[in-house]
Design a protein around this ligand. Structure first.
Ligand code: NAD
Length: 330
């Protein structure tokens, strides 16, 4: 069994090589994102193993099918980068890792909230420079404030639990509201307009779909409470970044914490510190002192990496052995 592994980093290799010791699959690691120009590297492979920014559009899938690839093994939860209709048309199965550590993402979401609210990065730079003044570091009590959570799946429910520990009230919006869960956990489902109007912090936890693309646009920002904190640890294209920049400039948005960015594929997961940032929107975003951008790292814990390699190789093993694919994306 040969696996062409795209967008690989040293930590992926370490984790997959360790788990593969007992399986003995032949894994060929490639650094680049899978795209139409390098799809030929999957020659002789039965499986391609891919991550969030690999491109699996119709053209790429057709090339993979012609090369004899039979399985697309996503080592992530989201599958918005795969043309599922094309995969079906060309007879490729798609599997994913539905939940490798919802705790990792929920906890990073809280880290962004706390770091923004209490201005931890600024405070750190200051004290290192011998500046012990508190001017400009004023935060707010999370206790008693309202968090508006969009999408109430695995990650959101862990986040809600943590935020309730702070004494926050929870408003939620989900296309499939679970009233039983809401009743049991003191969560109030509402429509988006009410959530925007009443939330001190808004956090996104729905998948990227045609319906959720730019769910946060100019209109949504207009409806938010003045000074709102916006957090996105889900997918970059949920947010129209230019609308958020406008919101930051006119102080409608008081803080933004972004672990994902709509054009992240060109920058995230790479060291580009010796180059200038050619993306003006990203550069503008990074210029605000009330914005924190992290490089799609919410998932990045030891436990999550272990679960990712375990589940991905398990998915591949099930496929080889002709077993039911419990993590198939259809
Ligand atoms: P999940 O499937 O458990 O929950 C998603 C929720 O969103 C569900 O309750 C669903 O009903 C809801 N939803 C679907 N469409 C919606 C819509 N149009 N409007 C409102 N709600 C909608 O997913 P999860 O495991 O909680 O993950 C959420 C997202 O987090 C993933 O889709 C992925 O994009 C992102 N993620 C990010 C990282 C990271 O490192 N930053 C890691 C893992 C997952």
């Amino acid at each position: 069994m040969r696996i062409a592994f795209f967008d690989s980093k040293q930590y992926d290799k370490d984790s997959f090589n360790e788990k593969n010791k007992s399986l003995g699959y032949e894994i060929q690691y490639y650094n680049g994102h899978l795209n139409v120009h390098n799809a030929m590297l999957a020659q002789n492979a039965d499986v391609v193993c891919v991550f969030v920014n690999d491109i699996l559009n119709r053209e790429v899938i057709q090339i993979l099918a012609n090369l004899g690839v039979k399985l697309i093994a996503l080592r992530c939860a989201g599958f918005n980068n795969v043309d599922l209709a094309a995969a079906k048309e060309f007879g490729l199965k798609v599997v994913r890792v539905p939940a490798y550590s919802p705790y990792a993402v929920a906890e990073h979401t809280v880290a962004l909230m706390m770091a923004l609210n209490r201005k931890i990065p600024r405070a750190t730079w200051r004290t290192r420079d011998g500046n012990f003044s508190l001017n400009g570091l004023l935060g707010f009590d999370m206790h008693g404030k309202t968090a508006g959570i969009i999408g109430t799946g695995r990650i959101a429910r862990i986040l809600i639990n943590i935020l309730q520990g702070f004494g926050m009230n929870i408003l939620a919006y989900d296309i499939f509201p679970n009233e039983e869960y809401a009743k049991e956990h003191n969560v109030k489902y509402t429509d988006l307009d009410t959530l925007y109007k009443n939330s001190d912090i808004i956090s996104l936890h729905c998948p990227l779909t045609p319906e959720t693309k730019y769910i946060i646009d100019y209109d949504a920002v207009k409806k938010m409470k003045k000074g709102v904190m916006l957090i996105n640890t889900s997918r970059g294209q949920l947010v129209n970044t230019e609308a958020v920049i406008e919101g930051l400039k006119d102080k409608k948005i008081g803080h933004a914490g972004l672990d994902v960015y709509e054009e992240e594929a060109h920058y995230f997961f790479k060291d580009r510190s010796d180059k200038i940032i050619g993306d003006d929107v990203l550069a503008r975003l990074l210029s605000f002192n009330n914005v924190i951008v992290t490089s799609h790292q919410a998932f990045f814990t030891k436990e999550a990496l272990d679960n990712i390699s375990d589940t991905t190789l398990g998915n591949i093993k099930d496929f080889i052995e002709g077993k039911t694919l419990t993590n198939e994306v259809k």
